[in-house]
Ligand binder design. Structure first.
Ligand code: KIV
Ligand code: NA
Length: 264
């Protein structure tokens, strides 16, 4: 099995193909998704609310994400590993972004990084790409800006669609190898995808992007609570794990576990 590379994602776009991307934050899910053929694993800053127990993605730090990135990268033999640069780790200047990006490739063993933001970040993307750090750009709804955007809201509706096209083109021209769109109307996402040479990835952005991404705990039904409209749940791990834990607890309390077969 040879490594998925950026040029393979570009080939998918060029040939009308598709690729799949899931988040991963540790060893076993990385190994499982990698062996299941998922092309891209994202060590998302969504670890903030899916691993570290925060309410939003804002509090998670570089020092928290680096060891998760390293674990995922060590465990996955084929997938391309993309790491999110967390809020506050790249905004100050292109040099700031380069320095953080280097840490994710050097200490996190990531193959690429993702940053949130539009045309304003073109110079930042350019500096990172020149330093040897491949960049995926994230536009549309950008969770790190949720307070600026006024909460979880679809972006790029109606007249606002042109802004997303302009952002995407500026980021592509700056050297981004892919543009991810979150919570964007299907029609807008299709317009952006058609305007770009590089592959797009969607989450809540319809079915015309080259790639699709979901947070794995949503995809596999581990997280409880209300799911966003764009989530499709492919398993019910929460029920499975809850049942296993309850059964273990009962076996222990009733003296059924450990049995002779588990004892020395
Ligand atoms: O952090 C994350 O999970 C993301 C999404 C696009 C899946 O950035
Ligand atoms: Na993210």
């Amino acid at each position: 099995i040879s490594r998925v590379r950026i040029h393979h994602l570009q080939q998918a776009k060029d040939n009308g193909g598709r690729f799949a991307m899931l988040t991963a934050y540790e060893q076993y899910t990385a190994e499982i998704f990698d062996q299941a053929g998922i092309e891209v694993l994202l060590v998302g800053d969504s670890a903030s609310n899916n691993v570290f127990g925060n309410e939003t993605s804002l509090p998670v730090t570089v020092d928290e994400l680096l060891p998760l990135t390293r674990a995922v990268s060590r465990a996955a033999k084929r997938a391309l590993i993309v790491a999110d640069l967390p809020f506050g780790s790249y905004e100050v200047s292109p040099g700031h972004a380069v320095a953080t990006g280097v840490r994710f490739l050097k200490e996190g063993l990531a193959h690429a990084v993702k940053i949130e933001g539009g045309a304003y970040y073109a110079d930042t993307v350019k500096a990172m790409v020149q330093a040897g750090i491949p960049v995926m750009a994230h536009i549309g709804f950008t969770p790190q800006s949720e307070h600026s955007l006024g909460g979880y809201r679809v972006q790029g509706r109606g007249d606002d669609a042109q802004r997303l096209v302009d952002d995407a083109l500026a980021l592509q021209d700056a050297g981004a190898f892919s543009v991810l769109m979150e919570m964007v109307p299907t029609e807008t996402a299709a317009t952006v995808d058609a305007a770009l040479r590089v592959p797009t990835v969607g989450i809540g952005a319809g079915n015309t992007t080259t790639g699709q991404v979901l947070v794995w705990q949503d995809m596999a039904g581990l997280r409880g609570g209300k799911m966003a409209k764009f989530v499709k749940q492919y398993a019910d791990l929460r029920t499975t794990l809850s049942g296993a834990a309850a059964a273990f607890g009962e076996d222990v309390r009733s003296g059924q576990f450990p049995g002779p077969e588990h004892s020395f």
